[in-house]
Design a protein around this ligand. Structure first.
Ligand code: NDP
Length: 330
């Protein structure tokens, strides 16, 4: 059972004499920086001079070049996109790391895949929010916090877990629960959730319902365009995936629980497919493919995005959203 840490388990005073450097002021960077500042801690921001730096200054932070922020801060929250971090780390972070600093990653990716190998004289930890940046800020402000997965990969100081918990408290995560995990587990679960095929499953279902003569509008409203999905997601969160079933009609519950089951053979086939999804992650094949794709300028991704936006389901979705006034007319 994963250990969960709450506010009472974390000591903010550990950070009182330290400077926290936020590297990157995007989705997570801005939210975590503001939360830490509101927790009474000393926060500086490292970013190149552009609109992100301007936003940080506007929010009252001292903004330095990344290398200068790394040199000045004791605890570094690495909050730039995962695919950018290895090169930024090599050129602007690693050369300025000195003994006793703490590197806080927001995802397990680069350490799990060894795309970044920090020096042995720093602590290497992870606080991976299970929440988008706006939710990180909102959870702090409304006092509910948000959950995150935490991990210690390298404990040079002997205090790495305590520092991790203090930072997690400062950003508001021990209010929602900081769950002990590992860089590997975070990466596998996160990538699996993205790779198992939700978008394509919905689109396949759309195609089949169109073949059955259903209108695009009825299908889209049924799947997600009505907003009912938001209410369902809330019920999953508040009541639980199975325990929220009584909110639905008996016909719906019977259909979801009994009729939708796969045959034993189909079930085995689907499990085998999902195991291949895991294998693609744990073997390193995904990271290799993604790195090669980026080096080539993302040709496959760009082609698929263009094709996918032209799929009838998405074309009909745009038309519906225009008619409902959700997006601007063409
Ligand atoms: P963003 O895309 O919002 O990061 C933007 C920031 O990265 C800006 O400050 C930008 O500044 C900087 N940046 C982008 N490109 C470069 C570059 N080439 N060199 C230097 N800085 C650059 O990132 P997120 O907040 O989405 O993600 C940050 C981390 O948080 C990642 O590890 C991610 O996995 C993790 N995470 C994200 C979640 C989310 O909901 N977004 C949820 C949980 C974890 P500039 O362009 O000026 O350089």
């Amino acid at each position: 059972m994963a250990e969960i840490f709450f506010d009472k388990d974390a000591d903010l005073t550990l950070l009182q004499e330290k400077t926290i450097g936020i590297i990157g002021y995007g989705n997570q960077g801005r939210a975590q920086a503001l939360n830490l500042k509101d927790s009474g801690l000393k926060v500086i921001v490292g970013n190149q001079e552009d609109e992100y730096a301007a936003a940080a200054r506007q929010d009252g932070f001292q903004v330095l070049a990344v290398s200068a922020a790394v040199a000045q801060a004791d605890v570094l929250l690495l909050l730039v996109p995962d695919e950018i971090l290895p090169s930024l780390f090599a050129h602007e972070i690693k050369p300025h790391l000195t003994q006793g600093k703490t590197l806080v990653f927001a995802s397990g990716y680069n350490v799990y895949y060894r795309q970044i190998e920090p020096p042995p004289y720093v602590d290497v930890v992870m606080i991976a929010p299970r929440m988008i940046g706006t939710g990180v800020r909102e959870g702090y402000l409304n006092g509910k916090g948000f959950p995150s997965l935490i991990a210690v990969d390298h404990d040079h100081s002997g205090q790495a877990l305590s520092i991790t918990l203090a930072v997690a408290k400062g950003i508001g995560s021990t209010r929602g629960g900081a769950f002990m995990s590992s860089f590997a587990e975070e990466t596998i679960c996160d990538l699996f959730n993205e790779h198992f095929g939700y978008l394509y499953a919905l689109r396949r279902a759309y195609d089949v319902l169109r073949e059955a003569g259903c209108s695009p509008e009825s299908i889209l409203l049924e799947f997600y365009a009505s907003g009912e999905e938001m209410e369902l997601a809330r019920a999953h969160y508040e009541i639980g995936l199975w325990h929220q079933l009584p909110l639905h009609s008996h016909t719906s519950q019977y259909g979801q629980e009994v009729t939708s089951r796969l045959s034993p053979a189909e079930e085995e086939q689907e499990r085998a497919r999902l195991r291949r999804v895991v294998e693609n992650i744990t073997s390193g094949q995904f990271a290799k493919d993604w790195a090669l794709e980026q080096q080539a300028g993302n040709p496959v991704w760009k082609r698929l995005r263009a094709q996918n936006l032209e799929h009838p389901m998405i074309v009909e979705e745009r038309k519906l959203y225009r008619r409902l006034g959700r997006i601007a007319p063409e």
